[in-house]
Design a protein around this ligand. Structure first.
Ligand code: ACO
Length: 411
């Protein structure tokens, strides 16, 4: 490693060079307008860039958001834009930037860090494990899609994208508290990203604008487009209602939005992006096969930075008194034995000298924390070791949540 290498926050003047470097590593650049919008929401003081003799060779940053955890929410460093130039890869630059990002998050009192991983093999070594999953669903509209329990929302209106933020943000804020894994959204995230309909962010020139159908308790952000790949000639093309997000604070609002989206004239199918694995909307149509999963993958990768705060910050489903051997080789703050005491829904974690009831790696504990992965499954996979019979089942009961974790924002 070169002695000339420095890792620090980028200055205002270096923002352009940071994006230039990231564009090389990600094989794709942003327009000038998109760069400006990103700058509006970027927390420059949280960036950590690597400079080799003054040249930006590595980039990374974080947003200081709040993550819904079971029964509450916690501050979370949302790590983003991690890149290293191809000339400087595999020299430990990511490792140095990650160390700096994590130190900064801990200084800010954030007990959790999270990211979306570009590849599955990178982040486990840094204590991150997949903790929520999303899927994309498709509904073919031929013959209609009657719901078993139909509901209409007379408050539903198409609202202007530019003015939608106060309405959608209020609904989102109610909905996000109902499921672990969802991040809070600062105002600039709404205006410069979610509700931005700048031409340079549309999929193709002339593509129709995104629309917002908003009711009192739910909204859908969608676009209707004709897919000419198959050729619209003779009626063999598709007209797709592409739903970027459907957010409902009540089950009725969700069903009413589904009824609305599946009854838009001239559309032949609906595609719903980033839905939870246990999407209740799948059960709403009369035909149980109406909604099909066409893509599925991991979403949020989580890392626990402060175990006592993470344990105290979520609610627990059953009592437990266990000692966990947490294997976190790169993190002395987490590595070692912890007594986990849970009573009446509240948990406490403290360092312990007692023999361990089970051994679990940092990345696996993070995967299980939001309730999306069973510890018994990790044990069956051979990565959790039970020393005291029943310890795995006890931990699973305590971690259990009613709904699968879900993450709406790709960052
Ligand atoms: C949150 C996000 O932004 S996800 C986006 C991540 N970025 C990208 O995918 C863009 C293209 N890739 C890159 O820019 C770089 O290859 C990075 C950022 C993924 C890795 O940066 P590097 O500086 O090469 O990583 P670094 O040298 O610090 O490697 C640390 C360890 O991770 C391993 N590693 C790094 N990248 C990979 C990978 N893609 N696959 C498997 N292992 C990897 C290294 O082998 C090393 O392992 P070790 O500790 O056992 O020796």
């Amino acid at each position: 490693m070169s002695d000339r290498l420095a890792v620090r926050a980028a200055t205002e003047d270096e923002f352009g060079a940071l994006l230039d470097a990231a564009a090389i590593a990600f094989h794709g650049d942003r327009s000038d307008a998109s760069r400006l919008r990103l700058r509006d929401r970027f927390e420059l003081d949280r960036s950590r860039i690597a400079l080799d003799d003054g040249q930006v060779v590595g980039t990374s940053s974080a947003w200081g958001w709040r993550l819904t955890v079971p029964g509450g929410e916690l501050p979370c460093a949302a790590i983003t834009l991690v890149t290293v130039l191809p000339t400087h890869r595999r020299r430990g630059i990511l490792r140095r930037m990650m160390k700096a990002l994590v130190a900064d998050a801990r200084e800010r009192g954030e007990p959790l860090a999270a990211l979306w991983a570009s590849e599955g093999r990178i982040y486990g070594r840094f204590g991150f494990g997949p903790a929520s999953w999303t899927r994309r669903s498709r509904i073919d509209l031929a013959g209609g899609v009657p719901l078993r329990s139909p509901v209409a929302d007379p408050s539903l209106r198409l609202v202007d994208l530019a003015g939608a933020a106060p309405l959608t943000a209020a609904i989102f804020d109610r909905a996000r508290r109902q499921r672990a894994g969802i991040m809070s959204r600062p105002p600039a995230w709404w205006t410069t990203r979610i509700l931005s309909d700048a031409q340079d962010e549309r999929p193709a020139d002339g593509a129709p604008k995104r629309l917002v159908a908003c009711g009192e308790d739910g909204y859908a952000l969608y676009r209707v487009h004709e897919d000419v790949a198959g050729g619209p000639v003779g009626g063999i093309g598709q007209t797709t209602v592409e739903v970027q997000e459907l957010i409902a604070a009540t089950p009725e609002a969700g069903r009413a939005l589904l009824a609305f989206l599946t009854s838009i004239d001239l559309a032949t199918r609906v595609e719903l992006h980033e839905r939870p694995l246990d999407d209740e909307l799948e059960l709403a149509p009369a035909d149980p096969r109406a909604m099909r999963t066409i893509q599925q993958g991991d979403a949020l990768w989580l890392r626990i930075l402060d175990l006592p705060a993470a344990v105290a910050g979520r609610s627990w489903a059953a009592d437990a008194d266990l000692v966990l051997q947490v294997d976190a080789p790169g993190d002395p703050g987490l590595d070692g034995r912890w007594a986990l005491r849970i009573a009446d829904g509240a948990g406490v974690a403290e360092r312990s000298e007692r023999p361990a009831d089970l051994a679990i790696a940092d990345r696996d504990l993070a995967s299980a924390y939001l309730g999306g992965v069973r510890v018994a499954a990790l044990a069956a996979a051979g990565v959790v070791v039970e020393h005291e019979p029943g310890a795995v089942a006890t931990l699973d009961l305590a971690l259990r949540t009613a709904r699968a974790p879900w993450t709406v924002d790709v960052f």
